[in-house]
Design a protein around this ligand. Structure first.
Ligand SMILES: [Zn+2]
Length: 250
């Protein structure tokens, strides 16, 4: 399995919105990850921003940047991958910076937790998520875990708390797993500090998921946080994650 990190935008926001007790600002990559199975099947974990979001502000605080060529479809084409050939899009959760790019992979089956889908479809305040999830993609809903390729090489597993149906994805490597945490863990330091998200859907449940990830890290797994600019510097030698072909620019 090869896993290609694709930076599909940037967000800046006050750090206090990301972690209790912090101040200052933060510059965050918006990540998608392309998984290429040895048999040729391809899946994405999250899909990043879309071009019309560049220069806009969400919730009065999250400034979005997406330079030309950084959207997920452009990133895939730059690797000679047809976006229409992506088989599945694993949706960590239904926030805009994770699902907007679903519109750019029209033939992908969405793999989304049942609770996340229910909340997005039923809550009127989440109109953006509902619209994006209703673009005509096939959908597969998940529960506690889901074997993504049917052979144990990659497992979607529930990490609720950031949202009600948040999920992460782990990919087997020679020893242990590479864990794409999504927003169950924003930054590398979040694990050691047990940093609390002020706007988590459920803080206690979030902390429980974070501690599960922390235990996985103690067991030797690589936890890839959702929005940490420096995480590529921490890759172990046998990771499935591939370094980007060119340095990401913001
Ligand atoms: Zn996010």
């Amino acid at each position: 399995m090869k896993v290609h990190p694709l930076e599909c935008g940037r967000l800046t926001a006050p750090l206090e919105l990301m972690e209790e007790g912090k101040s200052g600002g933060t510059n965050m990559p918006v990540m998608a990850f392309l998984l290429v199975h040895p048999d040729g099947r391809m899946a994405l974990f999250d899909a990043g921003l879309v071009p019309e979001m560049d220069g806009t502000v969400a919730s009065g605080a999250f400034h979005m940047f997406l330079p030309p060529g950084h959207d997920v479809a452009s990133r895939l084409r730059a690797m000679d991958v047809d976006p229409g050939r992506v088989d599945r899009l694993v949706v960590s959760h239904s926030h805009f910076d994770h699902i907007a790019g679903a519109a750019l992979v029209p033939n992908a089956e969405l793999v989304i937790h049942q609770a996340e889908l229910d909340a997005a479809l039923q809550t009127s305040t989440k109109g953006y998520a509902r619209r994006t999830l209703d673009l005509g993609h096939a959908r597969r809903t998940t529960g506690d875990s889901f074997d993504l390729f049917g052979d144990g090489s990659a497992e979607v597993f529930a990490t609720p708390g950031h949202t009600c149906g948040h999920q992460s994805l782990r990919i087997r490597r020679r020893s242990g797993w590479d864990v794409l945490a999504g927003d169950a863990c924003y930054f590398c330091v979040t694990l050691s500090e047990e940093g609390v998200q002020p706007y988590a859907h459920d803080k206690a449940v979030y902390l429980s998921s974070l501690r599960r990830l922390k235990q996985m890290a103690l067991d030797g797994d690589l936890i890839v946080p959702g929005h940490d600019l420096g995480f590529m510097d921490r890759l172990p030698a046998d990771t499935t994650l591939q370094a980007p072909a060119t340095a990401a620019t913001g």
